[in-house]
Design a protein around this ligand. Structure first.
Ligand code: FES
Length: 154
């Protein structure tokens, strides 16, 4: 689906800006917003380029840099931190061979830190793209990564 086709799924009204940016980013194979996507969005909504770029840069859920197919966001807010999110991070970093903020060389995973995911009762928690994983331990994390790697082969 082209950028134009994605954008035109939405009414050309300014309050659709975030929805359009989400749709464009979700459909990009590298989970990011390109210059062309932002320019076409600005034109479609009759906004200035700088205002669209400003929004894309303001929200941490958007990225202007290429990222992995799977974005892992590990919560490091207080409750998760108390329940040893740092150990989960160590497992992720060791298994993936990257640090927070980096992408694996095969382009499959990007590892990010996150504020509270609203899952505190079942902490520690992380998201992989739009899926939430709670009550994490080392085995669960390993299982999730194996599942994601298998999906890649399909
Ligand atoms: S502190 Fe981690 S989900 Fe709330």
């Amino acid at each position: 689906m082209s950028i134009e086709e994605i954008i035109k799924q939405f009414e050309p009204v300014q309050h659709n800006l975030l929805n359009i940016l989400h749709a464009l980013q979700d459909r990009h194979p590298q989970n990011c917003l390109t210059e062309q996507a932002l320019d076409e969005t600005a034109r479609y909504l009759k906004l200035t380029k700088s205002s669209v770029y400003g929004v894309a840069k303001y929200y941490t859920m958007f990225s202007l840099e290429p990222r992995g197919r799977y974005i892992i966001r590990l919560c490091v807010s207080p409750v998760c931190e108390l329940l040893k999110a740092n150990q989960i991070m160590a497992v992720l970093e060791k298994n993936l061979g990257i640090r927070a903020g980096e992408t694996t060389s095969d382009g499959l995973f990007t590892l990010e830190l996150s504020e509270c995911l609203g899952q505190c009762q079942e902490a520690p928690s992380m998201m992989v793209n739009n899926e939430v994983y709670n009550g994490l331990g080392e085995e669960e994390v390993q299982r999730v990564l194996v599942r994601m790697r298998r999906r890649k082969k399909k």
